[in-house]
Design a binder for this molecule. Structure first.
Ligand code: 0A1
Ligand code: ZN
Length: 886
């Protein structure tokens, strides 16, 4: 750890360790909260019924967390007490010598309008709202702000009736009334015990869009969505998705909703996507509001998934919650798995799987290979907000998926039934989750649990042998070292596989100890460092299809030539592996081009490769979305991850070369497909129409690579004619990549058309920040001063700065270091306002060691400049210090 940096309180931030966990000394049975809401002077009264925890070490004091609070008064069992009966110790209020049960009442003052960190109670577009996960509740009142303290909440809100006609909190509305000073009040009661991170309140001038859902046991649930009046027409998709999610959880997991009302609120300023507060989900407006003319297919798709995700948390997270924050993946990994399956069931399963694996391989594998690598269940952290990561979420979901693969669909359902039954109302650990799976299925998953405790991406080296009708497959696993974990034990890895004959048909599989063949695919369980599987009666040398459907989150090391990859791309019956073969084919071509980039010879592309992609494009039977995914070349950042030392410019140049060459050689096919897929039908959100639009827009992007007049005319025509955001944004995004006379006027036109809609303006910022044109950084800097931009809105920051630094590899990594300087400057400005967002941004430089010496030096210097800033947040401190160390 760097030894000069200090946190905001002037201390060097300390790490918290899983092994130091101890049960809470006191439990809280009930909480009565009373809020008098004023933007600059909110009074909070909290009355806690506390009781000594019989499971804790005796004679410990009561410790209540509190941050940035002005303490006004403390009462014990109804009587005022003075400072001799309690002490403020760091960020805790400590009371010694309490009786075994007591009522503690505390009054505090906070300033929500000054809260730019967006944790705790804050004001967004004139409304009050909260974000308490992970440790935001302590910014509202003094409380044991840890998830293993579960209490019943009653919340009274008092506010000006005109400015805040809507007053919401968790649970059911039990009483409301008027005061004679123009204020009104409402009291909400949540019958379910919950941890403080699930507390929420909202007060504002909002309209309510209503719907309802009848549970399968016949209970009627009121569904209410609260939004600003201008957004009243953007609620339909979220409400439809919510009903789909409610039904799906009943059908797939036997889980019903448990309150009489389910509320969703859209807010403009939000650090993440959404939050599962009990009965009162709060959403980033970008992740919930949609209409065909302002939201794209991927927005619609994501909203459906996020609505599902937050709803599913009601069981996986709220009714059964986490004992401590090291267990975050208990709720997040499982819930991501649930939302992935929900989307797969409602749309195209292979398309969803490919998208999810793409995220995992580009972002999670990269995290595993860098200084912030951590296990799915981390064992230490400095700032928990930094651990809402692709590892905890997405790799966590893969771990749950592997359990399902190992126990089968029915065994998995038995396991989840047991888990919910055993732990309803409890705060538990990932070990408890695994134990339920083991007990329900009578199996031993002790080796498997290494997936929770060991970081890093396992690599499997594959060796094949074929002789005398016996095909031998040798799998050798190893896992590279990660910070704090130099050596790893072997993982328990489920590898789904098949053997294909010359025409692509899967062969019957019989292992040496079996009497007859059973099935044409197999889940092999690799548990040793090295294992050989021998398949009998194989008539010819087969082509192996390995890790089908990406059954394990590993890297497979198997040398194949272009012909074999092209064969799999054309024939593998597993759609995921078909796509994967295409990616591997493109990747091996691109990596060879990178090798030769600085040599004498001009770049060339073999016919095998062009023909393979051309055949795909012409395939009338294949799902159009799969074609589009297969024709999308691996991203520059994914390619960079495959290189020892990253050559940013070479990677960019060869990828552009391959796109251009495919576009030129397959021009007619792209054109034909483009024409076939254009349609004037009104917008519909369904898998088929989305697939059609994705293929059409992919074709347009390729056609534009050729620079033809014809392509340009098509692009401009699409911009003009488009009757939905998917098509107009796709055309504008392509146009923004080229220095053409129409570029500026079209960007301007778009802004003027949509300037009243902040979510569309975000897209407009992002398009410009993502342009590969050389002057992009200048442009981004200029846009920082645009009236629509503000550093205090996370969506704006992500659209402009985030897109440039994380989604525009070639411009961000410009050799003069201007991109790095820009990022550090922005992080230094942002950190005092919103540390969470600042920390996420600076992560763009955490893998600086992988670059050439010149860029390494530049990035390191910028990281050091950030680290030297006095009063740096814990959030940024942790990322920067670990990046410099790792
Ligand atoms: N539990 C939420 C994610 C979330 C985490 C932290 C937040 O504020 C800092 C907000 C949301 C989810 O998984 O959706
Ligand atoms: Zn979640």
């Amino acid at each position: 750890m760097g030894d000069t940096a200090k946190d905001q309180a002037g201390r060097t931030p300390r790490a918290i360790y899983l092994e130091d966990y101890t049960p809470p000394p006191f439990l809280v049975d009930t909480v009565e909260l009373h809020f008098e809401l004023e933007p600059d002077d909110t009074r909070v009264r909290a009355r806690l019924q506390v009781r000594r925890n019989p499971a804790a070490r005796p004679a410990q004091p009561l410790r209540l967390d509190g941050q940035d609070l002005e303490l006004l008064s403390v009462k014990l069992d109804g009587a005022d007490i003075d400072g001799s009966r309690y002490r403020l110790e760091g960020q805790q209020l400590v009371m010694d010598d309490l009786p075994d049960a007591a009522s503690v009442e505390i009054e505090t003052r906070i300033q929500p309008a000054q809260n730019t960190a967006l944790e705790g109670l804050y004001v967004s577009s004139g409304m009050f709202c909260t974000q308490c996960e992970a440790e935001g509740f302590r910014r509202i009142t003094f409380f044991p702000d840890r998830p293993d303290v579960m209490a019943r909440y009653t919340t009274t809100l008092v506010a000006d009736r005109k400015a805040y006609p809507v007053l919401l909190s968790n649970g059911n509305l039990v009483e409301q009334g008027e005061l004679d000073d123009g204020r009104h009040w409402a009291r909400w009661q949540d019958p379910f015990p919950k941890p403080s991170y699930l507390f929420a309140l909202v007060a504002g001038n909002l309209v309510c869009i209503e719907d309802s859902f009848t549970t399968r046991s016949g209970r009627e649930v009121a569904l209410r969505m609260y939004v600003e009046d201008v957004n009243r027409d953007k609620c339909g998709h979220a409400l439809a998705s919510l009903k789909q999610a409610m039904r799906w959880d009943e059908e797939r997991y036997g889980r019903e909703y448990d309150l009489d009302v389910f509320m969703i609120v859209a807010v403009n300023d939000f650090n993440m996507g959404a939050m599962e507060n009990k009965g009162l989900n709060i959403f980033n407006s970008a992740c919930v509001l949609a209409s065909p003319d302002t939201a794209t297919d991927s927005d619609f798709y994501n909203i459906q998934g996020i609505i599902g995700h937050e709803y599913f948390h009601n069981w996986s997270g709220n009714r059964v919650t986490c004992r401590d924050w090291f267990q975050l993946s208990l709720k997040e990994g499982f819930t991501v798995f649930r939302d992935q399956e929900f989307s797969a069931d409602l749309n195209s399963r292979p398309v969803k799987r490919i998208a999810d694996v793409n995220v995992l391989r580009t972002h999670q594998f990269a995290q595993d290979a860098g200084p912030m690598a951590h296990p799915v269940r981390p064992d230490s952290y400095i700032e928990i907000s930094n651990f809402y990561t692709v590892t905890v979420y997405n790799k966590g979901a893969e771990v749950v998926r592997m359990i399902r693969t190992l126990v089968g669909q029915q065994g998995f359902r038995k396991g989840t039934d047991l888990y919910f039954e055993r732990h309803d109302g409890q705060a538990v650990t990932t070990d408890d989750f695994v134990a339920a799976m083991e007990d329900a299925n009578g199996i031993d998953l002790s080796q498997f649990k290494r997936w929770y405790s060991q970081a890093g991406t396992p690599v499997i080296d594959v060796h094949e042998d074929f002789a005398d009708g016996i095909y031998s497959l040798t799998l050798k696993q190893h896992c590279p070292p990660t910070p704090g974990q130099p050596e790893k034990q072997p993982f328990h890895i489920p590898i789904d596989m098949a053997l294909l004959d010359r025409s692509g048909r899967p062969l019957p599989l019989r292992l040496e100890d079996e009497t007859e063949a059973a099935g044409t695919h197999r889940v092999l369980e690799l548990k040793e460092s090295e294992q050989t599987f021998r398949f009998q009666d194989i008539p010819e040398r087969p082509v192996v299809s390995l890790n089908r459907g990406f059954s394990a989150p590993v890297k497979i090391n198997l040398q194949r030539d272009d012909t074999e990859l092209a064969f799999l791309l054309a024939h593998d019956p597993d759609p995921f592996n078909r796509w994967d073969a295409g990616q591997n084919l493109a990747m091996s071509v691109l990596l060879r081009l990178v090798e030769n980039y600085r040599g004498e010879r001009p770049l060339t592309l073999d016919d095998t490769v062009v023909d393979a992609f051309g055949a795909l494009l012409a395939d009338e039977d294949l799902d159009m979305a799969l074609i589009a995914q297969a024709l999308t070349l691996p991203s520059e950042s994914y390619l960079a991850d495959q290189c020892e030392v990253v050559d940013v410019d070479a990677i960019h140049a060869v990828r552009e070369f391959m796109r251009r060459t495919l576009a030129q050689r397959l021009y007619d096919r792209f054109l034909q497909r483009y024409r076939e897929t254009r349609s004037d039908a009104p917008y519909r959100f369904d898998a088929r129409s989305m697939a059609q639009r994705s293929l059409k827009n992919l074709c347009l992007a390729y056609l534009m690579e050729t620079g033809s007049e014809e392509a340009r005319a098509l692009c401009l025509d699409q911009l003009e004619q488009a009757h939905n955001m998917t098509d107009s944004l796709a055309a504008l995004t392509v146009l923004a990549q080229y220095d053409l006379p129409q570029r500026e006027p079209q960007l301007e036109l778009f802004y003027h058309r949509w300037q009243h809609d902040p979510l569309v303006v975000d897209k407009w910022f992002a398009i410009q920040a993502g342009s590969r044109l050389p002057d992009t950084l200048q442009r981004v800097k200029g846009l920082l001063n645009h009236p629509a931009f503000t550093l205090t809105n996370p969506n704006k920051v992500r659209a402009l700065i985030g897109r440039f630094c994380q989604g525009n590899t070639v411009r961000f990594h410009a050799a003069d270091g201007a991109g790095y300087r820009f990022l550090a400057d922005q992080v230094i400005l942002l950190d005092p306002l919103n540390p969470q967002i600042a920390a996420r941004l600076i992560s763009a430089m955490s893998r600086w060691r992988r670059h050439d010496a010149h860029r390494r030096q530049l990035m390191k210097a910028e990281l050091e400049r950030v680290l030297a800033v006095p009063g740096l947040s814990k959030d940024v401190f942790e990322i920067v210090s670990k990046s410099l160390e790792g």
